[in-house]
Ligand binder design. Structure first.
Ligand code: FCB
Length: 464
């Protein structure tokens, strides 16, 4: 039975949007290894920086960890069946480096490689396109102990790891992302310390960002050499664009600074340079750039992955001395992360990226919202009208960006299911599918049913 035959009332929202999407647009959902897999100590997996960080008291809300997460390591057959039943065309997952190369370099763990083999085969058997992210923040702990991303060696270790995965899955996986959100790796992981490995050392943030970018550039040819000719290689960046609420010089200066931060990674990738003034803004040392690094980093890629959730609005402070964040924005609604809902920001971002950097293709690799969902403990529905509206309005914005010329080829909702939301632990639910953590039962939210109906309608429109 398809979930669309479900006997519960359908979510009252119409799936018709006044925009159209191209045929073959990829409709998907995303997750990441540490957030969903669990099985943290099974079958030869070694620890990553996130295992260590979440086990450190005070780092993650209520001491939550990804030790069990939503147990996708064991439940992937049922989860893939669910993906199929929603009619999703693609599933974006990430690979846990320490599951496949436990010490980060050296010996491979065959049991770990076998897991991703099975996951990919199961997806393909259901007609779902696998989209693999090589690094979604879970550095093998052994590499961290050797200096982590502060050390240039980690970039070379990463490129070796990328080749291992391409050799293993490259005959079947045609879409690869080298990194997820290097901004978070550098800024949250080594600067603010909100994420693993939890360093609070702004001086190294620029260096970390450079080594992550270098690892990407080193990996691209190593991947391509082992993938099919039609395979697509890209990277995912996060953007939180800044907007100015007034014309005061302090507001405009603060908004310009936010823009430099949004260019931090995209500028070296597409233009081979870092934005002028960026490292001073960040109070970080200038990275140790060696000859040839910027050419390596700007190796052409096939697409840019875009993660976007919200924007930041600035205004002049009351005394006029500086630009400050407007919070809350009058008239705006907010998600449970206290992120402003601003769909037109996604449209503007996609058009801006297209006009500024002309990537060959754009994919929205993450977009979604956390709300305080409640399940009654027995029914097979969770009502999430705010998430449904968020999804609908953001898809509308994506359609508008396409109409304005942005070459958007796919959209992945974050997330397929509720999961371990990093420093927030399990307290923030982003899934279109609810997970009852004690029983691991999966319950469709209205947003999942709406998305499934929407995708089906898109297919029908293109078949007609
Ligand atoms: C992004 C992360 C993803 C998820 C969402 C909410 O920054 O890439 O893993 O946590 O935020």
């Amino acid at each position: 039975m398809s979930i669309l035959d479900h006997t519960d009332p359908q979510p009252g929202e119409d799936t018709a949007l006044p925009v159209s999407f191209p045929a073959h647009f990829l409709w998907g959902a995303a997750t990441a290894a540490y957030q969903v897999e669990g099985a943290a100590r099974e079958d030869g997996r070694a620890l990553s920086i996130w295992d260590q960080f979440s086990a450190t008291p005070g780092k993650v809300f209520q001491g939550d960890t990804g030790e069990i997460a939503i147990d996708q390591y064991h439940r992937y057959p049922a989860d893939v069946a669910l993906i199929k039943s929603l009619g999703l065309g693609a599933y974006r997952f990430s690979i846990s480096w320490s599951r496949v190369i436990p010490q980060g370099t050296g010996d491979l763990n065959q049991a770990g490689l076998d897991y991703y083999d099975r996951l990919v085969d199961t997806l393909l058997a259901e007609g779902v396109t696998p989209v693999a992210t090589l690094y979604h923040w879970d550095l093998p702990l052994a590499l961290h102990e050797r200096g982590g991303w502060v050390k240039r060696d980690t970039a070379y270790a990463y490129a070796d790891y990328a080749e291992v995965m391409a050799r293993c899955l490259g005959d079947r996986v045609n879409m690869w992302l080298t990194h997820n959100e290097p901004w978070c790796v550098a800024y949250l992981g080594y600067g603010s310390g909100e994420h693993a490995p939890g360093l609070k050392d702004w001086s190294v943030v620029g260096t970390v960002s450079h080594h992550v970018l270098l690892s990407h550039g080193l990996a691209v040819p190593r991947l391509r050499a082992n993938l099919r000719p039609e395979a697509q290689v890209g990277i995912t960046l996060n953007f939180t664009p800044g907007y100015a609420a007034d014309n005061q010089p302090v507001t405009l200066a603060r908004t310009e600074q936010a823009l430099r931060e949004d260019r931090w990674f995209v500028e070296p990738l597409f233009r081979g340079t870092y934005p002028e003034g960026l490292f001073a803004d960040l109070h970080t040392d200038h990275p140790p750039i060696q000859e040839g690094d910027m050419e390596i980093i700007s190796t052409p890629i096939d697409f840019l992955g875009v993660n976007n959730y919200t924007r930041t609005l600035f205004q002049a402070s009351e005394d006029g001395s500086q630009g400050v964040v407007v919070d809350p924005v009058p008239g705006s609604s907010y998600t449970a992360m206290h992120w402003e809902v601003y769909p037109q920001g996604l449209r503007n971002l996609l058009v801006w990226l297209h006009e500024e950097y002309a990537p060959p293709a754009l994919y929205i690799t993450e977009n979604g919202s956390a709300f305080l969902d409640e399940w009654d403990g027995s029914s097979d529905t969770v009502h999430d009208p705010q998430r449904l509206a968020y999804l609908r309005d953001h898809l509308q914005a994506v359609g508008e960006a396409i109409e304005q010329g942005a070459p958007v080829k796919g959209y992945f909702v974050w997330s397929l299911m509720d999961n371990f939301e990093w420093a927030h632990g399990y307290s923030k639910r982003f899934g279109i599918v609810y997970v009852d953590y004690p029983t691991q039962r999966r319950v469709l939210k209205d947003s999942a049913r709406w998305y499934a109906s929407f995708i089906q309608r898109q297919r029908e429109l293109h078949q007609a």
